[in-house]
Design a binder for this molecule. Sequence first.
Ligand code: LHQ
Length: 265
Amino acid sequence: MTAEATPATAPELLQSVSDGVLTLTLNRPEVLNAITPALLDEVTDALREAASGRTVRAVIITGAGRGFCSGQDLRAATANGLDVGAVLRDHYTPAIRAIRSMDQPVIAAVNGVAAGAGFSLALACDLRIAAESATFVQAFVRIGLVPDLASTYFLPRLIGPARAAELMMLGDTVNSARALELGVVNWVVPDSGLAAAASELAGRIARGPRSIGLTKRALEASHENDLEAQLAVEERLQTEATTTSDFVEGVGAFLEKRRATFTGS
Ligand code: LHQ
């Protein structure tokens, strides 16, 4: 029997875990990391696995090559008989829910263009750090589509409805300086320093207390709650936080005038 040579194809999602930080790298650089159902399924699976374990305490999503993510792969989007609603429901929106429902913060390290659903993916993350050369474009209108993957949910909440309407209805490209000014991103760093800056940021979070995850839950609940409901959420989550060993460690370190060492539990 002869062994058949199978063509080596690069994985479309690169995954690595180091010091409690899971890095997911979209790896279709030849199309600026355009997404497909299979690629987003892999992202969702990786996030769900991280969410269910205790090893990963922060996540970075970034892109290989010169793009972050150019949105839906348009070569596949026009394939005969494509049921877009089903693709969104079954393969794309689960990734957004996974990011929002996991306690671990997810950081978008935007290394290049974030277009269409690629912009949406960055918006669904908790924090965004961008390279100076990164650009952002709500490209949907350019091809006659409606923003999806929750862009219409996150962007107006992040920068206000009028600015969101501007970006979505005009589809103009926003550079990193303007993205910072609008509040689309938290930080802009030189291109050559993005990976290190994202890793340092994620590392700080990974070394942080369990309460960071509970804070994510509180912020998540605040989207829809009125004041009374949100006060109740805080009471519940603060009660939970006081039962963690990180709280014991945090108070102990303060009283002993030393730096706290948190374990995320
Ligand atoms: C691409 C793509 C791409 C394939 C660059 N696909 N090849 C929609 C429908 C269905 C289901 C679910 O959701 C959605 C939501 C969406 O995401 S709709 C929005 C889809 N995305 C876009 O409309 C963006 C399309 N791309 C662009 O406008 C430009 O490529 C941007 C502005 C991202 C970057 O421009 P450049 O830096 O000038 O690069 P480029 O255009 O030369 O692209 C480089 C290569 O990547 C090129 O291939 P080639 O073989 O000529 O080198 C592009 O064709 C390919 N590429 N985006 N989404």
